[in-house]
Design a protein around this ligand. Structure first.
Ligand SMILES: [Zn+2]
Length: 350
């Protein structure tokens, strides 16, 4: 098991996990799986090749512009948001809701036709740094709302509050140093970083999370230890009357997960959550023919305590979802190279 990295942390028996193994250890690893009767298949035969492809960007986007053909850096994203606020002052407001540990601005874009205290859709992306597909989806939503006049109706009666990069320190670190970094970048005594989506005050550290600082699901030493999660908490609590729908954007998988993560019991409004989730699925399916699984976090993936989606539900925001997007920033897509009767995998990275 040397030189292997768990990409997901299945906490239930008979659930699939994703493991990256070094070429040197691959044969030994496969032998061990076969010896123990564990079925598997290779989803990505050469991770480095994919990473090198997505990182090898020769032309940068012109400042203030948007692109969806390459992954933008944090400052490029911010330049686009700044430009929108300048170009569309009647509907776009840029708010800095806090700063990351390393001092980067945590930027929220509010899209509104005016007035106050309107029902608000709140969305955040990239609390997990390596999930690169999340910011483009948030940015595409912003782009289509603001710059496509056909969509003006979507913000007449409701406001949108969208944070494209909630963990900018980690996001930049995935660009400069470690493509697979997930956590924030706050220093610990031995290891850096906290899993922001285990840091909320919702049955914190009770299940599906780690108290060990070097783990990818490290909870932090207390609830809301991170400036990034503090900023979200403060913003949501100060707009709690208005926010009617909360969306936390991750990858990968095709999951739309509603609360709870810490227990398999369904929330009181599960019928409403499923109905709206199915409408989401139908809308996506009509475009690309792909189906999402609409299910509770704990029933769909595994237990996780201290998540944002559970916390906002407990604050009274009834429509709360974690969206797991397919394929993710690494372009990970199961290949046809199948070695045994393993289940088709689409395991979320939450
Ligand atoms: Zn995630």
């Amino acid at each position: 098991m040397n030189a292997s990295i768990f990409w997901s942390d299945s906490r239930q028996l008979s659930r699939p996990v994703d493991i990256m193994v070094s070429p040197l250890g691959q044969h030994e690893f496969e032998d061990a799986l076969e010896f123990n009767g564990i079925s598997y298949h290779i989803a990505v035969s050469n991770v480095a090749k994919i990473v090198n492809t997505e990182s090898n960007i020769e032309t940068r986007v012109e400042s203030g512009n948007i692109t969806f053909t390459e992954f933008m850096r944090h400052d490029e994203i911010n330049a686009y948001l700044d430009q929108l606020a300048v170009n569309y002052p009647e509907i776009v407001t840029k708010e800095v809701i806090g700063r990351s540990f390393e001092g980067r601005e945590l930027i929220l874009l509010r899209i509104s036709s005016g007035g106050s205290q309107k029902p608000t859709i709140f969305a955040e992306a990239a609390i997990h740094a390596r999930e690169w597909i999340a910011p483009p989806v948030a940015l595409y939503t912003i782009n289509q709302l603001v710059e496509n006049p056909e969509n003006a109706g979507f913000y007449q009666d409701i406001d949108w509050a969208i944070i494209p990069v909630l963990n900018p320190d980690g996001y930049e670190y995935t660009h400069t140093t470690d493509r697979f970094w997930r956590k924030t970048r706050t220093p610990g005594t031995i290891c850096h970083g906290v899993d922001g989506n285990r840091n909320f005050d919702a049955r914190w550290r009770e299940t599906g999370a780690s108290a060990w600082q070097c783990d990818n699901t490290y909870t932090g030493h207390r609830v809301f230890s991170e400036p990034e999660t503090q900023a979200i908490r403060n913003y949501i609590l100060s707009h709690i009357e208005d926010i009617k729908l909360f969306l936390d954007i991750h990858s990968f998988g095709r999951w739309l997960l509603y609360p709870y993560g810490y227990i398999t019991d369904d929330p009181d409004n599960v019928d409403e959550l499923r109905t709206l989730g199915q409408l989401f699925n139908d809308a996506v399916y009509s475009v690309n023919g792909e189906n999402y699984t609409v299910v509770s976090f704990a029933n769909g993936l595994y237990y996780a305590a201290g998540t944002s989606v559970d916390w906002v539900k407990e604050q009274g925001i009834d429509l709360a979802y974690t969206l797991e997007l397919p394929r993710g920033g690494t372009g990970v897509r199961p290949s046809s190279r199948r070695y045994s009767a393993g289940r088709p995998r689409d395991v979320g990275r939450f």
